[in-house]
Ligand binder design. Structure first.
Ligand code: Y12
Ligand code: CO
Length: 171
């Protein structure tokens, strides 16, 4: 089932998410709904809090070498933890909760992480490139943080002005 995506400045997005304790049918339904919702909006990453579920879960489905987004490449991440971060890289990010706004964000270039899959199996993984960026972006959602909070003071001010104008226009 497709669910509604919460958009900025809804305070729900500032909520800290909690660890998942049961790897049961409800979790599988949540993950399936997140996938349906993300794909319907042409997204490549979505955290549970973005559909108003404050649990430590997110999904990432990056396009492959042929620029196709296929479900076989979907990664479901439950209760993630960073083990190590290295380097730094700048990427122009976007977020389904802040549609049509993109800006440069500086993040670690390489990460080592631990998380659980939908069946409760522990996974240890190392990521770089777009996967490392997306993983860090989604982990921020679990802490109630958005990529616009990483912008400089002036860029953030410009964003807030543009966003207010956009919201007024859509009323
Ligand atoms: C690198 C950086 C950030 C991420 C997080 C995941 N971000 C997204 O999936 C963003 C998708 C996105 C899609 C949009 O399109 C629609 O809503 C139809 C969009 O809005 C428009 O362009 C109108 C904004 C963002 C992963 C990797
Ligand atoms: Co986002």
């Amino acid at each position: 089932m497709q669910r509604e995506i919460i958009t900025y400045p809804n305070k729900i997005l500032k909520q800290k998410s909690k660890d998942i304790e049961s790897f049961d049918k409800d979790l599988h339904t949540l993950l399936d709904d997140m996938y349906e919702t993300m794909v319907s909006k042409n997204g490549i990453g979505l955290a549970a809090i973005q559909i108003n579920v404050p649990l430590n879960a997110f999904i990432i489905n990056l396009p492959n070498k042929n620029d196709e987004q296929i479900k076989e490449d979907l990664v479901e991440i439950i209760n993630p933890k960073f083990i190590e971060k290295k380097g730094s890289t700048i990427y122009t990010e976007g977020c389904l909760s802040i549609p049509e706004y993109y800006d440069d964000v500086d993040r670690a270039e390489w990460i080592e992480v631990e998380y659980f899959d939908r069946y409760g199996k522990k996974v240890l993984a190392q990521y770089d490139g777009l996967m490392a960026i997306a993983f860090q972006h989604e982990c921020d959602h679990l802490l109630g943080e958005l990529f616009i909070e990483k912008l400089s003071f002036l860029k953030r001010k410009k964003f807030e002005k543009e966003w207010k104008k956009k919201l007024k226009g859509s009323k």
